[in-house]
Design a protein around this ligand. Structure first.
Ligand SMILES: NC(=O)c1ccc[n+]([C@@H]2O[C@H](COP(=O)([O-])OP(=O)(O)OC[C@H]3O[C@@H](n4cnc5c(N)ncnc54)[C@H](O)[C@@H]3O)[C@@H](O)[C@H]2O)c1
Ligand SMILES: [Zn+2]
Length: 343
């Protein structure tokens, strides 16, 4: 088992392992009362709930299952969950376990952060995306009809338990979506090499978690360096939203990364060898890098996005592998650079 300590507003460990054999020890280490509410979704319930319940023998466990998918990440599901948990009489010494991808993780952590002003939380992320991204860092959220993640808190878990073998049951599209974030980490930080990217194992996942951990420890509440995690996301979010979420998050992040590499190469004097290396990392897993929307559609969305300041937008640019920076760029310059971009 690989243990990754996180020292943020809470100190906790991320355990990266291959099975659920050590889950009991991790739960016992959080020192909760005798009640545990497990929040999961309809897909993950069928695959992993029984193993988790087995590991919790002796606890008084109640299970709350939400329909799988982003459409569950809303205030109505939140109200149902929190009332169900109150009916089970959990008190402040008790614990919530989230078992699922980023949807279950985000809404379950929001419940944990608000029920009785915050109760213990153990996260068991089951998608690649949630293992390397959403389960670490303490952002909780639900969506509103007018936009994603508009309601939420910062609330660190008491432990994160990653059973890497859960990836084996992921549909290919979900796997490719998670890979989009892995590509982002490989560009952000030199700790992930091109060779590392070739084998999806505990070591690669632990490296990605450590990169996110370091950024979160430096800037838990996203006042500065945490914004680097938005690499590829300004344009990626625009594409995701324009597609009406028919394209996955990771698919859009990769398109965003490819466009940002192009913008970066016009902004900086990137060495040919660096450009070729970055381009091959972005393409190495076979993602479609084409931009399916016009420059004006993308820019109109970006302009409305929260990262704009007047006519300037904060955008994360790439200088070389492991070297990125936040640049405030006039929106018209982004428009011009993007209009020259062709994949
Ligand atoms: N809090 C953060 O910092 C943060 C960061 C990134 C993304 N997010 C959020 O995460 C969400 C996306 O997360 P996601 O991609 O994990 O989506 P998800 O939770 O919807 O999971 C994707 C699908 O895979 C299924 N699934 C989960 N684990 C499985 C497994 N092991 N085997 C088979 N199927 C499995 C789910 O039931 C679902 O149908 C978004 O809501 C996004 O906003 C949050
Ligand atoms: Zn993302």
């Amino acid at each position: 088992m690989i243990l990754i300590p996180v020292k943020a507003s809470k100190t906790y460990e991320v355990s990266v392992t291959q099975d659920f054999n050590d889950l009991r020890q991790v739960v016992d280490g959080v020192k909760s009362g005798d009640k545990i509410a497990v929040i999961t979704d309809t897909n993950v319930e069928k695959l992993y709930l029984s193993s988790v319940i087995d590991a919790l023998e002796g606890f008084d466990v109640c299970v709350h299952t939400i329909p799988a998918g982003e459409s569950s990440k809303n205030l109505s599901t939140y109200c149902t969950l929190i009332q169900d948990i109150a009916s089970s009489s959990l008190d402040r010494s008790d614990m919530i376990i989230t078992l699922g991808g980023g949807v279950v993780g985000d809404i379950g952590a929001f419940v944990a952060s608000t029920y009785l002003r915050g109760i213990r939380l153990v996260a068991i992320p089951t998608t690649l995306l949630s293992m390397i991204d959403s389960s670490v860092g303490g952002k909780t959220a639900v969506d509103l009809p007018i936009g994603k993640n508009l309601v939420g808190t910062f609330y660190q878990p008491n432990a994160v338990y990653i059973n890497v073998s859960c990836i084996d049951t992921l549909p290919t599209r979900e796997l490719m979506s998670g890979y989009g974030e892995l590509i982002k980490y490989a560009i952000l930080d030199d700790r992930i090499s091109i060779d590392d990217m070739k084998v999806l194992d505990s070591s690669l996942i632990a490296k990605a978690v450590s990169i996110k951990r370091d950024i979160v420890e430096a800037d838990e509440y996203e006042g500065g360096v945490r914004k680097l995690l938005n690499l590829g996301h300004t344009i990626g979010h625009a594409v995701e939203s324009l597609s009406n979420y028919t394209l996955s998050h990771g698919e859009c992040v990769v398109k965003g990364l490819r466009a940002i590499l192009d913008i970066s190469s016009r902004y900086y004097d990137i060495k040919d060898s660096d450009y070729t290396q970055l381009d091959s990392i972005i393409r190495m897993l076979g993602h479609d890098c084409t931009m399916p929307y016009s420059v004006d559609e993308v820019i109109d969305y970006v302009y409305r996005d929260k990262k704009k300041k007047g006519d300037l937008i904060d955008i994360v640019l790439i200088k070389a592998k492991g070297v990125v920076e936040i640049v405030s760029m006039p929106i018209d310059k982004v428009r011009r650079y993007l209009s020259e971009y062709q994949d």
